[in-house]
Design a binder for this molecule. Structure first.
Ligand code: PGA
Length: 246
């Protein structure tokens, strides 16, 4: 049995005051969740979030980490800084980072290796654009992202992979359960070949892209899908708790 992980990706939403309210509302609603529950909050909220999450079943996540230990990298954040605040998970290579902030498979790779070396669990995002899917390039794109983005990893089961088709993110357009299952199955196959069959069988692979209370149960019922990375629906306690308690 693979570990099931449902992670909220708050993106650039919620001030500290708003974050506190959301977490306090969420706590009682998710306390009996069978899956691991994670909230990936903005950097400005990490310190407060780690205090109010103590003693709960909700784990803390960040949305990026730099590959250097420290130094002249204005605007970046180091693994040690995150660890000091009780962060366990970190999203790496989200399509919005790739699209708007020049993130590449190479930087994704460096950030992932650094996060692992420091003891954080990377949630590495991969996914194709609509044009790539329509041109029948989904597998080619995903394979490149996995092989280059995860180069040098000894045990791929130490990370979490999030398959997020770009055309499904924030659009209300979900991949069908068959599409998501098929592509995640393909990711597992690529991992088996690039790393080892045993760790590929064990790695948790999430689906992300307009996952919500309505579609979560059918997606989670699919054999290859081990969890979700949730944007919009993680910003309301009731919606997120319904996803978590799928
Ligand atoms: P969404 O975002 O659930 O709003 O589509 C998912 C993500 O970008 O991680």
């Amino acid at each position: 049995m693979r570990k099931q992980i449902i992670a909220g990706n708050w993106k650039m939403n919620n001030t500290v005051a708003e974050g506190i309210k959301l977490i306090e509302d969420l706590k009682p609603l998710v306390k009996d969740a069978k899956a691991e529950v994670v909230v990936c909050v903005p950097f400005t909220f990490l310190s407060e979030a780690s205090k109010i999450l103590k003693g709960t079943n909700i784990k803390l996540g960040a949305q990026n980490v730099h590959f250097a230990d420290k130094g002249a990298y204005t605007g970046e954040i180091s693994a040690d800084m995150l660890l000091e605040l009780g962060v366990k998970y970190v999203i790496i290579g989200h399509s919005e980072r790739r699209q708007y902030f020049g993130e590449t498979d190479e930087t994704v790779n460096k950030r992932t290796l650094q996060a692992l070396a420091k003891g954080l669990i990377p949630i590495v995002c991969v996914g194709e654009s609509l044009a790539e899917r329509e041109a029948d390039k989904t597998e080619e794109v995903i394979k490149t992202q996995i092989v280059n983005g995860l180069k040098g990893l000894c045990d791929v089961s130490r990370i979490v992979i999030a398959y997020e088709p770009i055309w499904a993110i924030g659009t209300g357009k979900t991949a069908t359960k068959e599409q998501a299952n098929e592509t995640i199955g393909y990711i597992r196959k690529v991992c088996a070949k690039a790393f080892c069959p045993d760790c590929a069988a064990k790695v948790t692979i999430q689906y992300g892209g307009s996952m919500n209370p309505k579609n979560v149960s059918e997606l989670m019922a699919m054999e290859e899908i081990d969890g979700g990375l949730i944007g919009g629906a993680s910003l309301k306690a009731e919606d997120f708790s319904k996803v978590v308690n799928f």
